[in-house]
Ligand binder design. Structure first.
Ligand code: TRP
Ligand code: MN
Length: 451
């Protein structure tokens, strides 16, 4: 399909699910105008770099590590929170790079992950019904009538918070914080005593020795300065609020192509991936790498339709399919999909999201996920790909750099009764640092030797 009839706002002629009902259209238009004049958050050249890396992922030459908050928040917006989220992703990247022996592409769910699709437009508490919380770029999580009114000014606030976040991330990833000779410093005090923290420290010792050895034989930071010292780190979020995404879309002066400059990579959620829907329409026209979340009920025809719509040229690196079946269903749902797609020769990077299919309610109606289910879905994902002769391209997690108690299990043995101790997410439960290291070690073990 050609993109000649596409415009940044052509999606408005299509059905857009999960959009807030903004009470003040004029204010929304004003915000749209502002956002469309503000500087882009990413540069098209960086986006093309990520696409090239994802082409390697689709061919098994690199591995994608994507992770971060379910939803970023306006209140938890500090340098330390950003730093700690980066730390845990760097630790996981080290574990995976070491275990897999191939490049790990690091992509944060960060600097724009503010909007949430909801299963119900209203939330009922003690008989009171209010509009659902839709992420801080739309409304406020507190359960009052005023708080839940969608306010377009929040889109602007999300933009400025994203700009500030990406600025600090760039400073950290290029300014020496992510230097491989710092890898001991990414292990935070509160995990250092856990089995996973200790296992990480041991690996850090080994790698430090290896780096010292390499320096001694003449491979040093002067010749290969940026390789050791800098890390390529990309941003991503769900492209949900189409006003925000289209306002940040820019025409690249070098190529004349459109890029959604709110992030390097965007994905379409399971709830908004209709072939005739506005989200698919919008994303088909921008050149960014695009992900689609695929739940257990997807059909092979739908997936083929998504390939045709979103990647008509079959360009490797353009399309990532993020499967989120649930540990109990992946064995039934993934193999037929892979078998249907294999003869088609479509360039797809297959990624496992072991979080979203495994959410359940613990007593007290607390949303949680168990490490056992998460690890089980990951294991199945890799075993299935191996059996089918297809390529498992990477993993997608909801995690945080804090010592929270939102998911059950793992090396600290968080049980249901501990959930309320530090349950801080404004949306889905996230892995804490020890649990994140756990999953990284498990993936490294599962894939070791498969290179
Ligand atoms: N630049 C390399 C990379 O991005 C090596 C590297 C530097 C690295 N700092 C890192 C790898 C931190 C993982 C984590 O892979
Ligand atoms: Mn989520």
């Amino acid at each position: 399909m050609s993109t000649s009839n596409w415009q940044p706002l052509s999606w408005r002629q299509f059905k857009a699910l999960q959009q807030p009902e903004w009470p003040d259209r004029n204010l929304l238009d004003e915000v749209y105008e502002n956002l469309s004049r503000y500087p882009p958050l990413v540069f098209a050249g960086e986006v093309r770099d990520l696409k090239a890396h994802l082409a390697d992922v689709a061919q098994g030459k690199a591995f994608l590590l994507q992770g971060g908050d379910c939803a970023e928040s306006f209140s938890d917006f500090t340098a330390n929170a950003i730093r700690d989220k980066l730390k845990v992703l760097l630790q996981m990247a080290v574990i995976l790079t070491h275990g897999l022996g191939k490049p790990v592409i690091k992509v944060g769910r960060i600097a724009g992950q503010f909007a949430k699709p909801r299963s119900s437009p209203v939330e009922v508490q003690n008989g009171v019904s209010l509009p659902s919380f839709r992420g801080e770029s739309v409304n406020d999580p507190s359960f009052t009538e005023d708080a839940r009114i969608p306010d377009p000014r929040r889109l602007e606030r999300a933009y400025f918070q994203s700009a500030s976040t990406i600025n600090l991330l760039r400073a950290f990833t290029c300014g020496g914080f992510a230097d491989l000779r710092q890898l001991h410093n990414w292990n935070q005090d509160f995990v250092a005593q856990s089995p996973q923290g200790q296992r990480y420290a041991l690996l850090a010792d080994q790698l430090s020795d290896a780096l010292r050895f390499m320096k001694a034989i003449g491979i040093n930071g002067h010749q290969h300065g940026s390789v050791l010292r800098e890390v390529e780190y990309f941003t991503s979020h769900e492209a949900l609020i189409l006003e925000y995404e289209s306002a940040l879309t820019r025409r690249d002066s070098l190529t004349g192509d459109y890029y959604d400059c709110s992030a390097h990579m965007l994905w379409i959620g399971e709830r908004t991936r209709q072939l005739e829907g506005a989200h698919v329409e919008f994303l088909r026209g921008v050149k960014n790498p695009v992900g689609v979340k695929i739940g257990p009920t997807v059909t092979a025809d739908e997936v083929l339709g998504l390939c045709d719509r979103l990647n008509p040229q079959n360009e490797p690196g353009r399309l990532t399919l993020i499967t989120r079946s649930g540990h109990g269903r992946i064995e039934q749902t993934l193999p037929p999909l892979l078998r249907a797609m294999a003869p088609e020769g479509r360039a797809i990077a297959w990624i496992c999201d072991p979080m979203h299919g495994n959410t359940y309610e613990a007593p007290g109606r607390i949303k949680t996920r168990s490490m056992e289910h998460i690890l089980s879905e990951l294991k199945s994902f890799f075993t299935i790909h191996q059996a089918e002769g297809t390529i498992p391209g990477g993993v997608h997690f909801e995690l945080t750099g804090d010592n929270v108690t939102e998911c059950i299990g793992g090396s600290h043995e968080i049980r249901e009764e501990h959930l309320t101790e530090r349950y801080e997410t404004t949306c889905d439960p996230r892995l804490n640092v020890a649990q994140s290291l756990d999953v990284a070690f498990l993936v490294a073990e599962l894939l070791r030797g498969s290179v």
